[in-house]
Design a binder for this molecule. Sequence first.
Ligand code: PLP
Length: 306
Amino acid sequence: MALHIATPLQEDIPTSRRLGKKVFLKMECVQPTGSFKIRGIGRLAENAVARNKTHLVSSSGGNAGYSAAYAGRRLGLNVTVVVPETTPHATRDMLAGQGARVVVHGKVWDEADLAARAIVADTGAVYVPPFDDPDLWDGHSTLVSEMALKPDAIILSVGGGGLMCGVMKGLERLGWHDVAVVAVETRGADALSQSIEKNELVTLPAITSVAKSLGALRVAPEALAYARRHPTTSVVVPDRAATAACVTFATEQRMLVEPACGASLSIVYDDHPAIRQARTVVVVVCGGINVQPRDIQNWAAQSASV
Ligand SMILES: *Cc1c(COP(=O)(O)O)cnc(C)c1O
């Protein structure tokens, strides 16, 4: 039995009315781990069980690590999450709450990731990649198969491009080659946009966006390949648009999502030109657990002050 749930696809009535088009929300924020990540990582964890593996190792202090911890608990696997010193105690507590062993190592993610890979090399444990893995994409692709309607465009956020590759796979499987993909990043986490512009994989020097879940320095090569062969519009939005969208979503839907998700929502809330031609759009509400009521309050105060 899959570890993810089939999420609702619900119309956003006020936004549909305002835009004069049909706007649907694919509610990945209601997954048991608060994000779509459990789709792919649940798949990887099940594959690990099938190979008689007993131990998962992740180096993500974010939604990937949390989904690994959840999947491991559900399947009776040991889970180790190696995080850098900068990972907030609230996050470490959430990981530990799912039964994961939390190891703090290094000042930045790269150091934590090296330690995670060393554990894998020493023990034969299974490394859980955050975005660059075909089995992970297969798991993510299930969100497209669940959609009972074919939209003109599907809006999604891009960090390392795992969600994008999964959605692309799902569209291919259904033969929906003409469904436009709007791939959204925030400024300062725009590795895909820059790669499309340069027509080669670009590695960012640093992540300067508030949308930490979009903070991959470099996207999976397959994400760039998909952008070349499937109708794709790459959009970069400012942090302010992403955080304002989190405030609107909290107000209208009474649920909290990270700026990584707000980035996609801002496309419909701000009636972005990228969806001008589309009459029916689906927003992948990718979710995220790294958000508190006080963040929403702060972002609301920022929006009010412009
Ligand atoms: C992981 C994540 C993303 C980005 O997904 P990628 O597969 O890295 O592109 C976006 N939003 C949330 C909430 C995430 O957890």
